[in-house]
Write a protein that binds this ligand. Structure first.
Ligand code: PHE
Length: 382
């Protein structure tokens, strides 16, 4: 199975860095620059953490191969938050207080970034989320950044897609109430879809790790919508597609970046075919930076599916390294200023400029599930 080998690979990578993280504390002025990473390497969103980590580690290795930063090598200390609430705070506290990292990369899931951000803010340790899209993440404070777009934009993109491409007039919205990401994206989608003259046929909820969605899907089917917006993560999204199909619900289902995982088609099979989601990157958009990344990623992680998570992870490490270089120091306040000053940085996922809210204003791509693959449909500019 592809995923288990990926898992072993990642854990092997993580084990190496855990090991080097066991050096005596207080080595901030040591021979490496320590960067912390927290990611869901195991648990319900394991593919998010693994992909993001693979991209991040690739960037760190490339930077080191090219001589490092400020004459030192970067050392990535990776902690697994197990996709569990409460664990992000624990591991980020550890990275900050025990390991003395000078900056933090992570997380993918907005709820986990929101959990760790106050710790980074209080300790004046710059944090860059590769791919958390809930607007509140960076509102935590001036040390918290992201290198991706936010959900008011992503919600608008999918609402316009529903109105103009799917020609949907009435859409059902099915939200994970345990996820800040899902709740936010549902809200922003609804606002724009209604502004487009669309009607929300029915709104229903589920709880994070639910496995049985039949009761809600029965109500959705009864409302007879033209489509169903599912702003959730891949496991639930795939099961929702499967059960919708079983119930004879034949309208398109569509979602946001949370759908992006090789597991979506593995779990969803036929039932996810012909459905759509928005995300940050497609390898089919072949800029020079992206082409090189696709090549190097394939060499470093053979057999692994390259996705937006890996690309965003890679970009987060590059933006940080570049900022440390410009700052000329690893001092938190100076690195913070340098990250905030990032402009037109040519990254894999597009040009990154950090705006006044410490977010990146970037385009989204819309993908269609076809033949078990994610086919690029279009790019939407902000
Ligand atoms: N944007 C999602 C969140 O904020 C995480 C995610 C990013 C999932 C990219 C998949 C791909 O929770």
């Amino acid at each position: 199975m592809k995923l288990s080998s990926a898992f072993i690979f990642s854990i092997a990578g993580a084990a190496t860095v855990f090991f080097s993280g066991c050096k005596p504390a207080g080595s901030a002025g040591g021979d490496t620059i320590k960067i912390g990473e927290f990611a869901s390497l195991t648990g319900t969103e394991a593919t998010f953490g693994i992909s993001s980590h693979e991209g991040t580690l690739l960037a760190i290795e490339e930077i080191n191969a090219a001589g490092g930063v400020l004459g030192k090598k970067l050392e990535l200390l990776t902690e697994d938050d197990q996709s569990k609430a409460g664990e992000s705070a624990t591991v980020v506290n550890k990275l900050v207080s025990r390991d003395n990292v000078i900056a933090i990369l992570g997380e993918v899931a907005s709820s986990r970034s929101l959990e760790a951000a106050p710790i980074c803010q209080q300790n004046k340790i710059p944090m860059i989320s590769p791919s958390s899209t809930n607007p509140d993440v960076t509102k935590t404070g001036d040390y918290i950044f992201r290198v991706c777009f936010i959900d008011p934009f992503q919600g608008t993109v999918m609402a316009n897609f529903a109105t103009h491409t799917l020609k949907a007039k009435r859409v059902a919205v099915f939200t994970d109430v345990k996820s800040d990401y899902s709740k936010g994206l549902a809200k922003f989608f609804k606002e724009q879809f209604q502004a487009n003259g669309g009607e929300i046929a029915v709104e229903l909820d589920y709880n994070g790790n639910d496995k049985d969605f039949k009761a809600q899907l029965t109500s959705i089917k009864a409302a007879n919508p033209d489509g169903v917006f599912v702003p959730g993560y891949y496991t639930a999204a795939a099961l929702i597609c499967v059960q919708a199909k079983q119930l004879g619900l034949t309208v398109p289902l569509f979602g946001g970046d949370g759908w992006e995982s090789a597991k979506l088609t593995e779990i969803g099979g036929d039932a996810v075919e012909g459905n759509y989601f928005s995300t940050h990157y497609s390898p089919e958009v072949a800029t020079d930076v992206s082409k090189k990344f696709v090549e190097n990623f394939a060499k470093r992680w053979p057999g692994q599916k390259l996705d937006a998570l890996a690309a965003c992870g890679y970009d987060s490490a590059l933006v940080l390294a570049e900022a440390i270089k410009r700052a000329g120091t690893t001092d938190g306040a100076k690195v913070r200023e340098a990250i905030a000053a990032t402009k037109n940085f040519e990254a894999v996922t597009g040009k990154i400029s950090i705006n006044e809210n410490r977010d990146a204003s970037k385009s989204a791509v819309i993908l269609k599930v076809e033949g078990g693959k994610f086919k690029y449909l279009e790019t939407v500019e902000p």
